[in-house]
Design a protein around this ligand. Structure first.
Ligand code: I3S
Length: 126
């Protein structure tokens, strides 16, 4: 169970590398292409960066603009059907974009599942 004092805080997760595949755009199926991406959760958005800020700095280049996913109205669920990989969550946005996120380490992806779901749920209730 979460600590009582974390219940009221906005769900902002620090960045972490996860495997990501975009499988649909605007309801249209895309060819799946798994890539490792640096994922950051803001209160209402999920951001995908090519690399962590530390690495961008180490490589002497700017971090680059992230791809953003609007979590308002998004549905987050575990899926065993969309991939043969283990520990896969699916995010379906209100405009019909579908993403899969995966990590081999179950606690890692489980933490992201809960945090993204909590963020999306909090946006719906407003
Ligand atoms: O859902 P799919 O099409 O079976 O996903 C697989 C493909 O993306 C495959 O690439 P090619 O379309 O170039 O064969 C990937 O190599 C596989 O990893 C994908 O399946 P998994 O089960 O890993 O998500």
């Amino acid at each position: 169970l979460p600590e009582p004092d974390t219940l009221q805080k906005p769900t902002i997760l620090k960045g972490e590398y996860l495997n990501k595949a975009k499988i649909a755009e605007g309801g249209k199926k895309l060819r799946k292409n798994w890539t490792s991406t640096w994922v950051v959760l803001c209160s209402n958005q999920l951001l995908f960066y090519k690399e962590s800020k530390q690495e961008a700095v180490a490589n002497l280049k700017p971090g680059g603009k992230p791809d953003g996913v609007d979590l308002c109205g998004a549905v987050i669920e575990w899926t065993t059907e969309k991939s043969s990989r283990k520990n896969v969550i699916q995010i379906t946005t209100s405009n019909g974009h579908e993403f899969l996120l995966q990590a081999d380490h179950f606690p890692t992806i489980s933490k992201w599942h809960d945090a993204i779901k909590k963020a999306a749920d909090s946006l719906v209730k407003r």
